[in-house]
Design a protein around this ligand. Structure first.
Ligand code: SAH
Length: 231
């Protein structure tokens, strides 16, 4: 087993890298990849930079170049569901690209020919996630995540994404990572801790809670890693 652990921003992987005394840094495809052996299992850790393009590149690199066979994503997201509060965790059961739009040709939002609107997460990793969640005292929910290359800070736009995709949370990388993993047949698990409510206060909330929410997500992901390495 070789596990990829990915985030979009430095703050999202910092709490994971902190757990290790040393790691090997490799520069590849204009990015840095951190390799470490943890309890006998190889991990490759990286942040992609923000958005679908960079996250696609990093996910594909982790799989095709570093030969990872399982991918875990740790990061933050804006809440759509009013039940989700800052710091709550959302495990993605399925993901869609909310800004993919060829509706002019009669297709549904998020659809491209020969693709599908939603990519489903791996069932075994979801089960493992449930076990980890049951052992933590945190609020952890399963939900649909919508991804697009925009920071959403607008109540109307957020509600539109919620209605069209039935999404509980939104962010900027999950669905692209899911597409890559699905195409390359690599099981993936995408976890997000809420940093904001994707409303007019979103940028302030994001700045205030990015680090604490990133730690919430990273802690859960490391518990997943512990379960995976002890299998
Ligand atoms: N503050 C950063 C930009 C953050 S963009 C800077 O100035 O460099 C937001 C990041 O957090 C993305 O990686 C995205 O996946 C996630 N995210 C959190 N809240 C979001 C929201 N309301 N809309 C879109 N993405 C959000």
């Amino acid at each position: 087993m070789k596990i990829a652990i990915m985030g979009a921003m430095p703050e999202e992987i910092a709490p994971i890298l902190e757990k290790f005394e040393s790691y090997k840094t490799t520069e590849y495809a204009a990015n840095k990849y951190y390799e470490v052996n943890y309890k006998g299992v190889d991990l490759v850790i990286a942040y992609s930079k923000i958005g679908k393009v960079f996250s696609t590149l990093t996910a594909a690199t982790l799989i095709e170049h570093f030969r990872c066979d399982t991918l875990l994503f740790s990061g933050v997201a804006g809440a759509i569901s009013p039940e989700l509060k800052v710091g709550d965790l959302v495990i993605a059961t399925k993901l869609a690209q909310h800004d993919l739009d060829i509706t002019a040709f009669g297709h549904p939002h998020g659809y491209v020919p020969e693709g599908s609107v939603f990519v489903e997460a791996d069932k075994e990793l979801l089960e493992l996630g449930k076990t980890v969640a049951s052992e933590m005292t945190k609020e952890v929910r399963e939900g649909t995540i919508a991804t697009g290359c925009q920071f959403i800070a607008d109540e109307d736009k957020k509600n539109w994404i919620g209605e069209i995709f039935g999404a509980d949370a939104l962010e900027m990388e999950g669905a692209s990572v899911a597409v890559v993993c699905d195409a390359l047949d690599v099981p993936f698990f995408i976890l997000r801790a809420i940093s904001d409510a994707a409303d007019m206060d979103a940028s302030f909330s994001f700045d205030e809670f990015l680090e604490t929410s990133a730690v919430e997500s990273a802690t859960f992901i490391m518990n997943m890693v512990d379960k995976l390495v002890s299998k």
